[in-house]
Design a protein around this ligand. Structure first.
Ligand SMILES: [Zn+2]
Length: 178
């Protein structure tokens, strides 16, 4: 099912600061059933997230990790209550910090990753956090999945059948780009 780099699991434990000093790169899959917070929001948890991470040192001398995580996740459609598979993509750009104060001083493009001074950290937790931030606010089928007549007799605030939740989100954020 997966292309070559994703045929092995992403390491779960490691010292991110060490990885950054080594310029480590890692790719792998991550079983979604190991992500308890996301799991509870899904209809089925038998999915794999594909993850790419590149650790390094930024121009400002910050220890950073960049990469992405993506997964096709099965939610319950809030309109027809059937299963709906939605692609979820998180772009990861984090700087390792020792305190929230340090996090506040980061350049705007970097989000803080609060870590102890050294030692092993659960990388899956970081990936889960980033995926959680990228979940759709509401899961719907893109196509009309229930009878429109049922809809029009129902709740008037119900979105139109063809409405795409991602589109709505874009409008709310007011970003006309792309
Ligand atoms: Zn539906």
């Amino acid at each position: 099912m997966f292309s070559a780099p994703y045929d092995k699991p992403l390491p779960r434990q490691g010292d991110p600061r060490k990885f950054a000093q080594q310029g480590a790169q890692m790719s792998g899959y991550l079983p979604v059933e190991k992500l308890n917070r996301i799991r509870g929001l899904l209809r089925e948890d038998q999915a794999q997230a594909r993850v790419d991470l590149t650790f390094g040192i930024s121009e400002e001398g910050k220890l950073v990790v960049e990469g992405q995580a993506e997964a096709d996740l099965v939610f319950t459609c809030q309109r027809c209550l059937g299963p709906v598979t939605l692609p979820v993509e998180a772009s990861i750009e984090l700087a390792m910090v020792r305190s929230e104060e340090e996090g506040k001083r980061l350049p705007r493009t970097l989000d803080p990753w609060l870590l102890p001074d050294d030692g092993n950290t659960d990388l899956y937790r970081m990936v889960e956090e980033e995926l959680l931030l990228s979940l759709p606010t509401v899961a719907y089928h893109e196509e009309a999945c229930i009878d429109e007549q049922l809809l029009s007799s129902g709740d008037p605030v119900e979105p139109k059948p063809a409405e795409n939740p991602f589109q709505v989100l874009k409008q709310l954020k007011g970003s006309p780009k792309k």
